[in-house]
Design a protein around this ligand. Structure first.
Ligand SMILES: CC(C)(COP(=O)(O)OP(=O)(O)OC[C@H]1O[C@@H](n2cnc3c(N)ncnc32)[C@H](O)[C@@H]1OP(=O)(O)O)[C@@H](O)C(=O)NCCC(=O)NCCS
Length: 168
């Protein structure tokens, strides 16, 4: 299989990464890469570490992912005990593969590289990496389950997002 790599967003790659798109029917599942990069800028200004990466196959840009640390989304359930996995944890905040390059195993390789990066603990040691996906997103469900992420239905987020947690 062709070699997948991830590379931090930089002056040279940001334009081509912002041009990548998911399919029409997937637009509810992920923000545009331009929006995500704007969000990363705001988070960083608020002291939240964010690591945006382009995903490449043989130098060709094919996707985007973004890792954060210690982010707190709006929860649906006000019970404070349901979000035990948020504090001092890493989050795989965004992941997309351009529609032209999907179903070729690239997300699987990219998630593996993302988790290798998380396990370098760039913001300090942590017990968990978490993420969330639209509850109708069966591709994301099956992808993350295969890495050992476990759903936390009691911590369902506003907007219908299902959180899932991996012990690091
Ligand atoms: C989710 C997404 C990143 C998967 O990317 P991908 O490169 O197509 O995924 P892969 O080819 O690596 O496949 C990974 C797993 O997903 C599942 N999968 C992928 N394509 C699928 C399809 N068309 N139908 C069913 N399952 C599918 C399979 O479980 C697959 O593992 P397997 O091949 O071992 O069975 C991509 O569909 C995408 O960008 N979707 C829109 C944005 C999104 O949903 N992001 C996630 C938000 S958290």
């Amino acid at each position: 299989m062709e070699k997948v790599k991830i590379e931090r967003i930089n002056d040279a790659n940001f334009y081509e990464i912002t041009r990548l798109k998911v399919g029409k029917e997937q637009k509810n599942f992920v923000a545009s890469n331009t929006y995500s990069l704007a969000h990363a800028y705001l988070a960083q200004n608020n002291g939240i570490p964010v690591f945006p990466f382009g995903i490449f196959v043989e130098e060709k840009p094919i996707g985007f992912l973004m890792i954060g640390y210690n982010i707190f989304p709006n929860k649906q359930n006000e019970d404070a005990n349901c979000d035990w996995f948020l504090k001092d944890s890493y989050v795989l905040w965004r992941l997309m593969i351009d529609k032209k390059y999907q179903s070729k195993g690239y997300a699987k390789s990219a998630v593996k590289l993302a988790l290798d990066f998380v396990r370098t603990f760039p913001c300090g040691k942590a017990k968990y990496c978490w993420l969330s996906y639209n509850n109708d997103n069966y591709v994301a469900k099956s992808l993350f389950k295969s890495f050992g992420f476990k759903e936390v239905p009691e911590a369902f987020y506003k907007g219908g997002e299902m959180p899932a947690v991996l012990s690091l």
